[in-house]
Write a protein that binds this ligand. Structure first.
Ligand code: GRF
Length: 220
């Protein structure tokens, strides 16, 4: 698809650790995925990516003592792929502050909560335990602060009285497949950019995320 101001397509490197359903949603949205990288040799997303004809690379995690080598290997794979945007999609490794700084404004993450609530793991379980009325997912630029970079777009879904971790996570994930490709599209279209250490959307500083309410439409 070309637009009147034909920009070269934005090439992506997508980093995964598991089944890669977000990666697949991004690829199926038409975004040009140059490379899928996994730190886990047996990640389900790797054969799935190959099935779509996408190049894949395993960069094995060999422990925190070898983080610098791991990140150098990631740098090399990303550079060789020609990717301009790094997309973390269920990538379960914490990256160093140096790595985050190198990719400032060029690296996105999706987190399954309404950040800043529930950074870290087990978000769906924590939402249920807290009896929250709503939950969601957040796409953000990655900074050195874990799950703490500037928020871009959030999906909001209701928590239902009979929800389990499985039904709630399925409802949130269905929205992830919509909001992650949308943010990538904003960047590809030149609407969203990183300028002076913050996110700008349509030439305005994005001080708070755009929130999309999925309401009752978000079925589990
Ligand atoms: C998603 O829920 C995402 O929000 C979180 O990890 C999960 C990855 O799932 N960061 P998948 O590998 O994309 O299927």
């Amino acid at each position: 698809m070309s637009t009147p101001t034909a920009r070269p397509p934005l090439r992506l490197a997508v980093l995964i650790s598991g089944r890669g359903s977000n990666m697949l949603a991004i690829a199926r949205s038409g975004a040009p995925v140059a490379l899928v990288i996994s730190d886990q040799p047996d990640a389900g997303g790797i054969p799935a990516a190959r099935g779509l004809g996408i190049d894949t690379r395993i960069v094995p995690w060999q422990g925190a003592a070898r983080r610098a080598e791991f990140e150098a290997a990631l740098d090399q794979a990303i550079a060789e792929s020609g990717a301009e945007l790094v997309v973390l999609a269920g990538f379960m490794r914490i990256l160093s502050a140096d790595f985050a700084a190198r990719y400032a404004g060029r690296m996105l993450n999706i987190h399954p909560s309404l950040l800043p609530k529930y950074r870290g793991l087990h978000t769906h379980q924590r939402v249920l335990e807290a009896k929250d009325a709503e939950h969601g997912a957040s796409v953000h630029f990655v900074t050195a602060e874990l799950d703490g970079g500037p928020l871009l777009l959030q999906s909001r879904v209701p928590v239902k009285a009979d929800d389990t971790e499985a039904t709630l996570s399925a409802r949130v994930q269905a929205t992830e497949y919509i909001i992650y490709p949308r943010v990538i599209g904003w960047i590809a279209d030149g609407r969203l950019r990183w300028h002076k250490g913050q996110a700008w959307l349509d030439n305005r500083p994005l001080d708070r995320p755009v929130v999309e309410d999925f309401g009752e439409a978000a079925k589990s």
